[in-house]
Design a protein around this ligand. Structure first.
Ligand SMILES: [Zn+2]
Length: 122
């Protein structure tokens, strides 16, 4: 068509509801979703590493265990009571894990030493 059409602002499509929104609009008139999410103030959303499921996984014996406790206490996703309970649970399983390893490993090492002694006759 003519230059008149090209001068019209291109309507944007809302990513939330699909409604056509004027290009200059900051928010969708239909659902209120911000049209320019990068313009939203930073720091509103908690950091991804404060995700409660990630932290719960990191507290387990196969992950970081007690080393994930600082992350737990900094996370805004847990209540103080939940932090206290999870800390106690982490300390209990850590103690149990250390005890289990010691109970298994120490006799195994002693056994190994006896085996070496019999071979090399210290
Ligand atoms: Zn919308």
């Amino acid at each position: 068509m003519g230059p008149l059409m090209e001068e019209l602002p291109t309507p944007a499509t809302c990513a939330g509801c699909g409604a056509f929104v004027p290009a200059h609009a900051a928010y969708c008139s239909q659902c209120g979703r911000p049209m320019h999410p990068t313009d939203a103030p930073a720091g509103r959303k908690p950091k991804w590493y404060y995700n409660q499921w990630l932290i719960l996984f990191l507290l387990t014996p196969v992950a970081l265990g007690p080393f994930a406790l600082p992350l737990l206490w900094k996370s805004p996703r847990f209540t103080p009571a939940a932090k206290l309970v999870l800390t106690l649970l982490t300390l209990v399983w850590t103690a149990a894990f250390v005890w289990y390893v010691m109970a298994k490993a120490v006799p195994a090492i002693q056994n190994e030493m006896r085996g070496l002694q019999s071979i090399y006759q210290f």
